[in-house]
Design a protein around this ligand. Structure first.
Ligand SMILES: NC(=O)c1ccc[n+]([C@@H]2O[C@H](COP(=O)([O-])OP(=O)(O)OC[C@H]3O[C@@H](n4cnc5c(N)ncnc54)[C@H](O)[C@@H]3O)[C@@H](O)[C@H]2O)c1
Ligand SMILES: [Zn+2]
Length: 650
């Protein structure tokens, strides 16, 4: 790096940091930011005389916004040095051991949110202040008081600063973004920005709605006598703060590495986003000896996890037609490695989203991959456009069969039941794990069977033969035999798998199980009333189920003959009793949890239904019985108090 390159790099970093910290709307990935930051650091180490005052290495990054009252922290807040691999950890440990060779290390998550300092005096929360420039931050006490994981008063009466991270849990983040999309507002790029943006609201009622969570990681001014950070933190958690999902004291390199691997593995299952693991010297006396640089403590380091966000380019936007006919746009992106997997596609949900984000073919975008889900585009780098980018039009005709598409809310649907894409995808679904679980019937093979004209519906699967399969490219005797025996072994499947495999809209695995349980092999001839009588099956589901069975009865019957699905085992025949064979409905508050009573009645041979109809034999009610009781009266259904039921059984 030359001197003028260094100056440009500092400018760039400051621009990115402005979008990140002030606007809560980054225009660059952390990975690219961190890389340039490292280069700037290296240049500065080699040319200390050139270091610019406004270099991001010289200060804690956040800025204090106009609009908030400023407040001073009682003691400074810091940033953290970052490391990215085992080698850098080794170097950091060497450096630390040179300062004190007897230390141990406290490891805890590095939460990805916004830092917050809480000042408690006389056991009362006095102030909440954002990190700001580390010395002065924004006073946001009113907002902070809306966060339920922050106690307004604590047992500890002496003055104390408790520091932590304000985050948004992943499921809450998804919920907020869905709502924002519905209202036509731009979604947050990631949970960090959502948390920071929600915390720094001039109107506390907005903060209150966002379900923020506070996770403490340290203290500022305090009079605690603990010699170890781990003990200090245990004390803080006992005061009523939320504990991290994982923390441990480690002895050195091997244990830290093991902890890092474990946290990296487990982080998907944590409710909050982590972007690394923080390693801190556990002995407070050693921490004090080691001290601070202008920006970070020498006794701590952030060991970052591999980036889940990358920059790539949208090469094309293609359309996929699913088994229900929904047409989904998918972005084809330049192959990009994220956490060991090469990403080539990103979901786009629907065309409203494409229009709202203004995603164009040729755009540079930030994609995010979390867990196994298909990556999504979180940001379009519009500042990188050169005018060659192309907008995509909303399709009017099915890309597969050419029939006219129907626009239904935000969904676009192909309504042609014989559309090749729909047929192929329903066969793939039929064979999938949660349905008939037929090994060897994946996308490619189904497409091949379809294109060769061998399989045009699920029924055709059972007409396949060795002879037919051997005509296909890539099929030798062994492969053909395996496939035939996998199809054969689907016979005698559990009934719920059979129902689920039909692919009825709104009827998934859970509903299929409930229907199989309730009706056994009578599943085909049920009424709307009987269906909604099952707890958990609503009107829409029932309608969809009945309509499907009406239209496809013939196919379903044939399939049943072939597959011979097995209904769930009936319970052992119950002894004679007043409830045997009766349909009962429970309502109101009972002396025991209702599921318990339900189970007992079922063991007696009763059918416990969720709603009252003419076919109900008894309505059994507890305290505060409401509309079901009224309905039973109006239908002339016999009602029994809980005690009366017990008497009948005595
Ligand atoms: N994408 C961009 O354009 C852009 C711009 C600026 C900064 N950034 C990102 O921000 C980072 C630098 O930001 P920073 O200086 O705020 O520091 P940081 O976020 O890397 O680390 C320091 C902060 O981590 C938080 N933290 C979470 N868990 C912690 C724990 N257990 N113990 C202590 N602290 C914990 C604290 O709030 C602390 O202030 C960079 O690594 C970069 O990735 C990105
Ligand atoms: Zn079609």
């Amino acid at each position: 790096m030359k001197k003028d390159e260094y100056k440009q790099a500092v400018e760039k970093l400051n621009l990115w940091a402005y979008h990140y910290y002030v606007l809560d709307d980054p225009i660059m990935t952390d990975e690219v930011y961190d890389r340039l930051y490292k280069e700037v650091e290296e240049y500065e180490a080699a040319h200390p005389e050139d270091v610019l005052k406004d270099s991001p290495t010289q200060r804690v990054g956040d800025v204090v916004s106009e609009g908030f009252v400023k407040a001073k922290h009682l003691s400074r807040m810091w940033s953290l040095e970052d490391i990215f691999n085992a080698e850098e950890l080794k170097k950091w440990l060497e450096k630390t051991y040179r300062l004190d060779k007897n230390v141990t290390f406290y490891c805890e998550p590095k939460y990805d949110g916004a830092s917050l300092n809480l000042i408690y005096e006389n056991g009362e929360l006095q102030k909440g202040i954002t990190r700001g420039d580390g010395t002065v931050g924004e006073l946001i006490t009113q907002n902070v008081k809306t966060i339920r994981t922050i106690p307004l008063s604590i047992e500890h009466k002496e003055l104390i600063e408790i520091r932590g991270e304000v985050v948004i849990f992943k499921d809450e983040f998804d919920k907020i973004n869905k709502e924002r999309l519905k209202k036509g507002e731009p979604p947050f790029a990631n949970p960090r920005n959502a948390a920071a943006g929600s915390l720094r609201q001039l109107d506390p009622s907005i903060t209150a709605k966002r379900n923020l969570v506070f996770l403490p990681y340290g203290v500022g001014v305090n009079s605690l006598a603990h010699k170890l950070l781990s003990d200090k933190m245990s004390y803080i958690y006992k005061l009523g703060f939320r504990e991290p999902p994982l923390r441990a004291v480690t002895k050195g390199y091997d244990e830290i590495e093991a902890m890092y691997e474990r946290m990296k593995e487990e982080r998907e299952s944590y409710p909050m986003m982590l972007d690394g693991m923080v390693v801190k010297v556990n002995e407070i006396a050693a921490q004090i000896d080691m001290g601070y640089t202008v920006k970070v403590p020498r006794w701590a380091v952030a060991y970052k996890f591999p980036a889940v966000e990358k920059i790539t380019r949208v090469k094309d936007i293609i359309l996929q037609v699913g088994r229900t006919g929904v047409v989904t746009p998918v972005a084809v992106v330049e192959p990009t490695e994220i956490e060991g997997a090469v990403v080539e596609r990103a979901t786009l949900h629907n065309f409203d989203e494409i229009e709202r984000m203004d995603i164009r073919i040729g755009d540079k975008v930030i994609i995010l991959r979390s867990g196994d889900v298909i990556p999504k585009i979180v940001k379009v780098l519009t500042q990188e456009r050169d005018g060659s980018e192309k907008k995509v039009e909303r399709p009017t005709h099915c890309p597969v069969c050419g029939s006219e598409l129907l626009q239904e809310d935000v969904l676009i649907k192909c309504q042609n039941l014989t559309c090749e894409a729909r047929v192929v995808n329903s066969i793939i679904y039929f064979a999938s794990k949660q349905c008939l679980n037929i090994d060897g019937l994946g996308n490619k093979i189904v497409e091949q069977l379809f294109n060769a004209g061998l399989v045009r519906s699920v029924l055709d699967l059972f007409d396949l033969s060795m002879e037919k399969l051997l005509q296909l490219e890539g099929f030798k005797e062994k492969k053909a035999k395996n496939l035939l025996s996998a199809i054969e072994s689907a016979k005698g499947c559990e009934l719920w798998r059979f129902i689920n495999a039909l692919g009825i809209e709104h009827i998934g695995e859970v509903a299929s199980k409930m229907i199989a349980e309730a009706f056994g092999l009578e599943y085909l001839h049920v009424t709307q009333e009987q269906l909604v009588g099952i707890d958990g099956i609503g009107e829409e589901m029932a309608q969809s189920y009945l309509e499907f069975m009406r239209v496809n009865e013939e196919t379903v019957v044939k399939l049943q003959e072939i597959l011979q699905p097995v209904p769930p085992k009936k319970r052992a025949e119950a002894q004679e009793n007043p409830f045997k064979g009766k349909t009962v409905v429970l309502t109101g508050t009972m002396s025991e949890p209702r599921p318990l009573i339900k189970e007992r009645l079922e063991a007696l041979g009763a059918k416990v239904s969720g709603s009252v109809s003419k076919k109900t034999d008894y309505l059994i009610y507890g305290e505060d019985a409401g509309s079901k009781y009224d309905k039973a009266l109006s239908l002339g259904v016999k009602t029994l108090k809980e005690e009366e039921m017990k008497e009948m059984l005595a």
